[in-house]
Design a protein around this ligand. Structure first.
Ligand SMILES: [Mn+2]
Length: 316
């Protein structure tokens, strides 16, 4: 698998590297790591994400090179689509812009949209897969690439707290620190550089906190009105779902975010055996055992009732 990716790299010169919309630390970290790696190999690379680099990750090397628009750019030898789960989350038109697509991912339901599909559910982050490719290529990992890979792993493992924090995650992270990554630089960039708007929005979200009567699931929600009140967009809501999850005894946390007058994006987090990936999948979304998402149409009350009734079946 990796050998066929190395052949694609060797045969091509001009590459597109991209990830899913609304990128998280793994999406941005792996995109920038791979783009930097390919450039170090002498390739021409366009790093693309329609939503750009979230403020939390603006400190990453190469962040300034990521473009938000592809315009009429096409004819890429290969488009590498990272951490996307499905092609539509990265862009349905990528196939027309690239002579071939390669899917590099760790999502369990990752679509086989690539000519090559390098998918490993056991990998803690897509950043780990980029590490494996760099190693297989025999390419020394630069400090810039290491910083991006470390950030990808730190982000997708919840700072090594989630159950995907496997030995490989620690091993690769340790190697990145040996290469020169300063953990505090990353931690302060991710967790100690918040915009006060985020806390204003969080205060409103926490005021909606509800805990089920069985005390096994809890939720918070954010409406378009709240975002307007504090002048903050959806990019400020990352991590809100962690607050209901942090309640003792809660197994599943939900975050309802209004995206249209009658549509809500739901983020699911599971602390244990409940597979929220399958729940989200049933609702038309996707994700992992412990973290998933879906969009459900209706009023907030209807959406909550729909989701909670399905969740109760799972909890039984
Ligand atoms: Mn990921």
């Amino acid at each position: 698998m990796i050998q066929s990716i190395l052949s694609k790299i060797a045969e091509g010169q001009r590459f597109l590297v991209t990830s899913h919309e609304g990128p998280d630390g793994d999406a941005i970290g792996s995109t920038l790591a791979f783009a930097l790696l390919l450039r170090e190999m002498g390739k021409d690379v366009v790093a693309f994400n329609g939503d750009g680099v979230p403020q939390d990750f603006a400190f990453l090397p190469g962040a300034e090179t990521l473009v938000r628009e592809l315009g009429d750019e096409s004819g890429f030898d290969t488009g590498f689509v990272l951490d996307a789960g499905e092609l539509k989350r990265a862009g349905n038109d990528l196939g027309e812009r690239c002579k071939s697509l390669v899917n590099i991912d760790h999502h369990p339901y990752s679509e086989s949209f690539g000519e090559i599909n390098f998918v490993d559910e056991e990998a803690s982050a897509t950043g780990v897969l980029i590490y494996r490719i760099a190693k297989a290529a025999g390419h020394p990992i630069s400090e810039a690439v290491a910083l991006c890979i470390y950030t990808a792993i730190l982000s997708d493992t919840g700072s090594f707290r989630y159950s995907n924090s496997n030995p490989e995650a620690f091993r690769v992270a340790a190697e990145m620190v040996e290469v020169g990554v300063d953990p505090w630089t990353v931690a302060s960039g991710l967790y100690e550089s918040q915009d006060e708007k985020r806390l204003n929005l969080l205060a409103r979200a926490l005021s909606t906190l509800t805990l089920s009567s069985c005390r096994r699931y809890a939720s918070v929600s954010v409406t378009l009105g709240m975002m307007e009140e504090v002048g903050a967009g959806a990019e400020f809501t990352d991590g809100f779902v962690n607050y209901p999850r942090s309640i003792r005894g809660v197994e599943v946390a939900l975050f309802f975010r209004q995206i249209e007058s009658d549509a809500y994006k739901i983020g699911f987090r599971s602390k244990g055996r409940i597979n929220v990936g399958s729940l989200a999948h049933d609702l038309g979304g996707g994700g992992h055992h412990n973290a998933a998402g879906a969009v459900v149409r209706g009023s907030l009350e209807d959406v909550r009732n729909t989701v909670f009734s399905r969740l109760l079946v799972l909890l039984d």
